[in-house]
Design a protein around this ligand. Sequence first.
Ligand code: 8YV
Length: 320
Amino acid sequence: SSSRPRLLQYGKLPLPQLDSELAQRYDVSLLSAQSDPARFLAEQGAQFELLVTSAAMGVPAHVIDALPNLRFVSSFGVGFDSLDKASLLRRGARVGYTPGVLDDCVADMAFALLLDAARGLSAADRFVRRGDWATQRFGIQTRASGKRLGIFGMGRIGGAVARRAAGFDMQVSYHNRRPVDGSPHAYQPSLLALARACDFLVVTAAGGEGTRHLVNDEVLDALGPQGFLINVARGSVVDEAALARALRDRRIAGAGLDVFEDEPHPLPELLTLDNVVLAPHVASGTHETRRAMADLVLRNLESCLATGRPVAEVPWSAAQ
Ligand code: 8YV
């Protein structure tokens, strides 16, 4: 009915049921489904106070600039590097996101990639399916338990990774912009020091300009020929071309990646290498976690309309 508030949905959301749940509560227009999105924005942009998107899609400045009355954004995901901060702040829009509810599943995926990379599980699966078992031996792999785990970015997800590491008798150290109060783990003063001090380097840092390409040639060489890189954060944190070279030349032992610089297009060279495990950005992609994220997307919208603030607000939005 026309009494439902209008809501601009930027693109398809990562849980299909959420589309119908939004449609029950809001008068939804899906921007990506418009035959001429630019014209749609020019004609109707001023009617939208609410926008919903996801961390994977984000929302670009030119869309925000076409929504002069935008007040609230609800984003599906914990990352906010893809939401154009400058134009949202200029608008004075409040931005909600979904922290906390995905930590366990993302940390589970970090360990799935870590164990797969170390033990060659995906390569072993390919080996069996090819029928190679009858005629060849599968290569000897690397032990994970008891090794040194480095965590780059000790936030909620990094903490969940550290708790899992305890069950694998791993020694954990970490690097973060600043030491975390009360952390029982050794703080490394730089990413380079962390890479030198670990066997498995797990990236759980925020994306964005501040962390762009911090995992570069120098860090990969510090990790070294026995070291593994695991990335469940953002592809932008890692220089993907440098990583592909390091994997090809065995300057590091292996990698497990859920995220890439240009999704959905991993660097083609990565597809040719057997010492890297690739996943299509699915660390949060369980029924349980996507449901919890969708619930928070809905609650953030409701709370915006009822109180003017989302229940979970991105830090720079809350600081307004
Ligand atoms: C989601 C993510 O898969 O939370 C994030 O920041 O990148 C992932 O959990 C993504 O938001 C889905 O679009």
